[in-house]
Write a protein that binds this ligand. Structure first.
Ligand SMILES: Nc1ncnc2c1ncn2[C@@H]1O[C@H](COP(=O)(O)OP(=O)(O)OP(=O)(O)O)[C@@H](O)[C@H]1O
Ligand SMILES: [Mg+2]
Length: 439
C-alpha cells in the first residue's frame, strides 16, 4: 500500500496516576497503519491495548510523543479537534453501549443524528439499509434487551459503520460471543469495511479470528513487539493465508514457481510451521483442519510437476492399524477417494517399515506391488519412486510416492536426490499438521 498512513504514532508514552503513584503504561510506541488495512492488536490482559486504542480514538489526551490520526496531530489538540476526529471514527466496544430505551434502528440513527449534514429522512434510510446488511431486517424495531449478544454486537457494528467512517476501532468485539457468532461478527466487519475501504484496528484475545487480519501487532507490558518478534507474527499470518487460500489459487500460485522458489517456499513454510506449532499456538485449528488436506494435495501436485511424474501421493503411516492412508483424486475436479495400503504387502509399506527408499522401473512385475490400488483408482502404475518421510523422532511417519515418470522413461538417482530435498521440509510441515489434526 503506497498511500499515506491513516495512523502515525511516534514515540508515544502514557502514564496513569499522579505523583508517587504515577505508573508508565505505554512505552515508546511507534506504529503506522495504512488505509484499508485490517490490523489486529493482540497482547495479554493489562498490556495497554485499550489504553492505546482510546488514545488513537481521541478519547484520552496524549501525554508524550506524537499521534496523527486522519491527518490531525492529537498531541496538544483542542477539544474541538478531538471531537471532530472522534466523529470520523466508528467505535465498537465489548460492552456494546447500546441505549436500552431505543430500538436497534434508533440506536443506529443516533450516530447519524449527531452528524449535522444528514437529514432525518436520509438517516432513516441509511440506518435501515445497514441493519439489513448486518442481517437484522427482522429486528429493526427490537430493543436491546430483546436481542441476543451476537445481535446486539451486530447493531453496534451497524452503528459504527452507518457513518461510513474511514477508521474503525474495535475493542474485543467478539469477547461476549461464542465461537461461531464471533466469527460471523468479524467476517461481517471485514466485508463491510472492504466495501467502504475502511481501516480496522481490532483488539482481540481471540486466536480464532487472527486470520482475518492483514497484519498483527503485538503489545506486551506496554511495548510493541520488536521487529524480529513482529516478523515472526507476520510470517504466521502468511502461513495462515496460505493455508486458507482456495484450492485453485493455491495451485495457480504454486504452478508459477520455479524449483528454487518452491524449495525456498517449502523451507519458509517449514520454519513457519515449526514456529507456529512450537512457540505459539496461534493458528486457528479449525481452519487448519478444514484446509490442510488441500494444502498437502496441492504440494504433492507441485512435487509431481517438478519431478515430471504423472502423480505424487503422500501416504500417512498408521501403525496402530498397520496400514498406510491417503486421499487420491484422478483429476483436479474429481472427488478424492480414500486409499489404504497394507503395511506388510505393499511397496510403500516396505519403505515405511525399513526406512529405505525404493525405485522400481517395472512395478507390474514386482510381487510386492499392491495391485488393488490400480483397481480402486482406475490407474495404471508403470514405475514408482518411493521415499520415506521421517518425523522428529526419526521414525517414518509418511511415505511419498511418485508414479509414472513422464516421457516414458523411469526415475533415476537424480530424481531421488531432488525428491529427498523436497521431502525434507515437507516432512516437518506434514508432521506439524498431523499433530494438529490428531489433537
Ligand atoms: N484509568 C486508569 N487508571 C489507572 N490505571 C489504569 C487505568 N486504566 C487502565 N489502567 C492500568 O493500565 C494497564 C493497561 O490497561 P489496559 O486497559 O490498557 O489493558 P488491556 O491490554 O486493554 O487489558 P485487557 O486485555 O484486560 O482489556 C493496566 O495495568 C491497568 O490496570
Ligand atoms: Mg482492554
Amino acid at each position: 500500500m503506497s498511500n499515506e498512513p491513516i495512523i502515525v504514532i511516534k514515540n508515544l508514552n502514557h502514564y496513569y496516576g499522579k505523583g508517587q503513584l504515577r505508573k508508565q503504561i505505554l512505552f515508546d510506541i511507534s506504529l503506522k497503519i495504512y488505509p484499508g488495512e485490517i490490523v489486529i492488536m493482540s497482547g495479554p490482559s493489562g498490556s495497554g491495548k485499550t489504553t492505546l486504542l482510546t488514545l488513537i480514538g481521541g478519547l484520552r489526551s496524549v501525554q508524550e510523543g506524537s499521534l496523527q490520526i486522519l491527518g490531525h496531530e492529537l498531541s496538544k489538540a483542542s477539544n474541538r479537534l478531538l471531537e471532530n476526529v472522534r466523529k470520523q471514527i466508528g467505535f465498537i466496544f465489548q460492552a456494546h453501549n447500546l441505549l436500552g430505551s431505543l430500538t436497534a434502528n434508533q440506536n443506529v440513527q443516533m450516530s447519524l443524528v449527531l452528524n449535522d449534514a444528514i437529514a432525518m429522512e436520509e438517516a432513516q434510510e441509511r440506518s435501515q439499509a445497514i441493519l439489513e446488511q448486518v442481517g437484522l431486517q427482522k429486528r429493526i424495531h427490537s430493543y436491546p434487551h430483546q436481542l441476543s449478544g451476537g445481535q446486539k454486537q451486530r447493531v453496534a457494528i451497524a452503528r459504527a459503520l452507518v457513518n461510513r467512517p474511514k477508521l474503525i476501532l474495535a475493542d474485543e468485539p467478539t469477547a461476549a460471543l461464542d465461537k461461531a457468532s464471533g466469527r460471523d461478527v468479524v467476517e461481517l466487519m471485514q466485508k463491510l469495511a472492504k466495501q467502504q475501504n475502511c481501516t480496522i484496528l481490532l483488539v482481540t484475545h481471540d486466536n480464532r479470528i487472527l486470520d482475518i487480519a492483514d497484519r498483527i501487532v503485538h503489545l506486551e507490558d506496554g511495548r510493541l513487539a520488536s521487529p524480529t518478534e513482529q516478523a515472526i507474527l507476520d510470517i504466521e499470518s502468511t502461513t495462515t493465508s496460505l493455508v486458507k487460500a482456495k484450492k485453485e489459487e493455491l495451485s495457480r500460485t504454486l504452478e508459477e514457481l520455479t524449483i528454487p522458489q518452491f524449495l525456498s517456499l517449502l523451507q519458509k513454510l517449514k520454519e513457519e510451521f515449526e514456529q507456529v506449532l512450537q512457540a505459539m499456538n496461534i493458528l486457528s485449528e479449525q481452519m487448519l483442519k478444514a484446509n490442510i488436506e488441500e494444502v498437502i494435495r496441492a504440494l504433492a501436485w507441485k512435487i509431481a510437476q517438478i519431478m515430471a511424474a504423472d502423480r505424487a501421493t503422500i501416504f500417512v503411516v498408521d501403525r496402530e492399524k498397520n496400514q498406510l492412508w491417503s486421499k487420491v483424486s484422478r483429476s483436479e475436479n474429481e472427488e478424492a477417494v480414500e486409499i489404504f495400503l497394507p503395511m506388510n504387502a505393499s511397496i510403500s509399506g516396505y519403505v515405511a517399515t525399513t526406512g529405505e527408499s525404493v525405485n522400481i522401473t517395472d512395478v507390474q512385475q514386482n510381487p510386492q506391488f499392491y495391485r488393488e490400488i490400480d483397481r480402486a483408482t482406475g490407474y495404471h502404475t508403470c514405475n514408482i519412486l518411493c521415499l520415506p518421510m521421517f518425523n522428529s523422532k526419526n521414525q517414518v511417519f509418511a511415505v511419498v510416492v511418485l508414479t509414472n515418470k513422464l516421457g516414458g522413461s523411469s526415475f533415476d538417482t537424480n530424481d531421488e536426490r531432488l525428491l529427498r530435498e523436497l521431502t525434507a521440509p515437507l516432512g516437518v510441515i506434514l508432521e506439524g499438521t498431523l499433530s494438529v489434526l490428531q489433537q
